[in-house]
Design a protein around this ligand. Structure first.
Ligand SMILES: NC(=O)c1ccc[n+]([C@@H]2O[C@H](COP(=O)([O-])OP(=O)(O)OC[C@H]3O[C@@H](n4cnc5c(N)ncnc54)[C@H](OP(=O)(O)O)[C@@H]3O)[C@@H](O)[C@H]2O)c1
Length: 276
């Protein structure tokens, strides 16, 4: 029975993938911050009568919680076949928010949690036959940059700027992971699903919520449709340590978004930040 760990596995794309791998007979460990969504997933899993589902409630904005989750998951699962990173909550409007540990919210949830889980679970991943990490985000979108002199965006903050920075940081996380773990056999896949109708608008303030829902009605793919190319990649990952994809299209890695030096610089800065 393969083990599939999914952050944000209780809603949207993460939940779609959780149900898919349950149907395939996998042990799916879904992480999310809301107990009700976890219970709902477990109820659906029971109705499927296939695979095995575990819900881990964790607030992944907290570095301590991420580290606790890594410790628990690594102890419970000596072999992890797939790690899928979907946890996300957009804060496009409103002022700058920080976590209890002092990190800017988008940096903490969308980037740091993925950094800690990716590197922290590397050893249990490399124990699998064909291990893969899929970091679901927006590779290939030419928006946003790393604010090297102010990663926590203490000056001239905007929610959009913070969200876009976290996207670009995840592109570099994949590149650095591929460089640092090049010989370990773990495939790291940066993946952009395109526009998909998920639970995402529910956490947006009005009128953004209504606008995003209208956009989803017109242009978005359904979760079952969007997860087809994702599972194809997850089940047959590229041999290279890092690749980036937008739907079925493989992205070139020659742009600034995937710069090796930037990736290693961000890796070092992040290590420094989280070891303080
Ligand atoms: N949907 C799209 O059109 C689209 C497009 C491009 C990229 N993506 C990317 O795809 C990924 C999944 O997006 P989605 O649209 O499927 O999202 P979604 O439906 O909003 O689901 C987000 C998931 O993240 C979890 N989550 C949020 N905050 C959390 C926290 N603090 N701690 C732990 N878990 C937390 C949520 O559970 P709780 O609410 O219980 O915490 C939920 O399971 C994201 O990385 C997103 O950037 C999506």
């Amino acid at each position: 029975m393969q083990t599939v760990i999914i952050t944000g596995g209780t809603d949207g794309l993460g939940k779609g993938l959780a149900l898919h791998y349950l149907r395939q007979g996998a042990h799916v460990v879904a992480l999310g911050s809301t107990a009700g969504k976890g219970e709902a997933l477990l109820t659906e899993a029971r109705a499927l009568a296939a695979g095995r589902a575990t819900f881990v409630r964790a607030d992944l904005t907290s570095l301590a919680a991420c580290r606790g989750v890594v410790e628990r998951l690594a102890a419970d699962h000596p072999v992890v076949d797939k790690l899928i990173l979907c946890a996300q909550r957009y804060r496009l409007l409103g002022g700058r928010a920080t976590t209890g540990e002092g990190f800017e919210h988008s940096f903490a949830l969308a980037y740091l949690s993925r950094f800690v889980l990716s590197h922290g679970l590397h050893d249990v991943l490399r124990a699998a036959r064909r291990p893969v990490v899929m970091n679901v985000g927006t590779p290939g979108v030419p928006l946003g940059r790393i604010h090297w002199d102010d990663l926590q965006l203490t000056r001239a903050y905007s929610g959009t700027k913070a969200t876009l920075q976290s996207f670009r940081a995840n592109d570099l996380l994949g590149v650095a992971f591929g460089v640092l773990h090049a010989a370990s056999g773990v495939s790291y896949v940066g993946y952009n699903p395109g526009v998909v109708s998920t639970g995402m608008p529910a956490s947006l303030p009005q009128p953004l919520r209504a606008g995003t829902r209208a956009l989803f009605t017109l242009f978005a793919a359904s979760v079952p449709k969007a997860t087809v190319p994702m599972t194809a990649l997850l089940d047959d990952p590229p041999a290279e340590p890092f690749t980036a994809h937008w739907g079925r299209r493989r992205l070139p890695l020659d742009g600034r978004a995937f710069d090796r030096d930037d990736a290693l610089r961000l890796h070092e800065l992040t290590q420094e930040l989280i070891s303080r």
